[in-house]
Design a protein around this ligand. Structure first.
Ligand code: CP
Ligand code: NVA
Length: 292
């Protein structure tokens, strides 16, 4: 059975299949989700992921059902495990944004149908698939990517590193604070495609295809990292050391003035709107891949 809790749940062939479905459905929609009922659980806020799944499911003629865990009998005495087992009696897939990746893993043991991780504290696989799709579309190739990541070592970076490991001759240069690196090392230690830097180095910026960042404090983060990360802000001065083809990317939502300035995010190198638009394209590819 297919699941997408992390990118490690799929192989390079699955990624190719997802991209092919995404392209095909972008040219012409079909009815691949007809008769399918898909549960959506969002324990944290979401604009892009929620709406792109809802619209994607509608376009492919499926039904989505918004589930609020607080409304279920789990709030009384029914167990978490039984709740997810029961949900699989009715639903075909589940899209789940969870505050805790361990809860997502537990849910997937009991929900007997495919589950898609719509972001957890650990990872954001749908974002990574979509961002790689955007890079492929923008540069017209799927390989030799030099990515710069500025700031926090978070869920978006984790899935980006996972998806980039499928891609030939590609690397991620991460500029971050040393304390964050030490705290995140255990989670990131298996990635051989990341180089870490604690000071900005202009020569690396010059070869970047994309400069990426994300909020310095993710949803439910308990530490405030804005102060220690402020030197890694993506601003005009930093972008002036990149090359003429370098693009700026951000999964959004952005805290303008914190990890990125308004000039950069609204500037000519920014492709954030294309990235957001491609969430829908990629979501349809993921849904079709799950269904087949
Ligand atoms: N990028 C992203 O996942 O956005 P939302 O939190 O709005 O879904
Ligand atoms: N790292 C961010 C991503 C939001 C899409 C968060 O988890 O809040």
């Amino acid at each position: 059975m297919k699941n997408l809790l992390n990118i490690s749940d799929i192989g390079a062939d699955d990624l190719t299949e997802i991209f092919n479905y995404a392209d095909k459905l972008n040219n012409e929609l079909d009815e691949s989700l007809i008769g399918k009922n898909i549960g959506l659980i969002f324990e944290k806020n979401s604009t892009r992921t929620r709406l792109s799944f809802q619209v994607g499911i509608n376009q492919l003629k499926g039904n989505f059902i918004d589930i609020k865990l607080n409304d279920l009998n789990m709030q009384r005495f029914e167990s978490y495990e039984d709740t997810f087992e029961i949900m699989s009696c009715y639903l075909d897939f589940l899209v789940f944004r969870s505050t805790d990746h361990k809860k997502l893993e537990l849910a997937s043991k009991f929900f007997k149908k495919p589950i898609i991780n719509a972001l957890s504290d650990l990872s954001h696989p749908c974002q990574a698939i979509s961002d790689l799709y955007t890079l492929k579309e923008h540069f017209g190739r799927l390989g030799n990517f030099n990515i710069i990541w500025m700031g926090d070592m978070n869920n978006v970076l984790f899935s980006l590193a996972e998806v980039m490991s499928f891609i030939e001759s590609s690397k991620i240069d991460v500029f971050t604070d040393e304390k964050i690196y030490v705290n995140s090392h255990k989670k990131f230690k298996s990635f051989s495609n990341i180089n870490y830097h604690f000071e900005i180095r202009d020569n690396i910026l010059n070869s970047a295809d994309s400069v990426m960042t994300d909020v310095f404090n993710s949803m439910n983060d308990t530490d405030n990292k804005e102060e220690i990360l402020k030197k890694f802000q993506v601003n005009d001065q930093l972008m002036s050391n990149t090359n003429k083809n370098t693009v700026f990317m951000h999964c959004l939502p952005a805290k303008i003035g914190s990890e990125v300035t308004k000039e950069v995010i609204k500037g000519p190198k920014s492709i954030v709107l294309k990235q957001a638009e491609n969430r829908l394209v990629a979501q349809r590819g993921i849904l079709k891949w799950l269904e087949t």
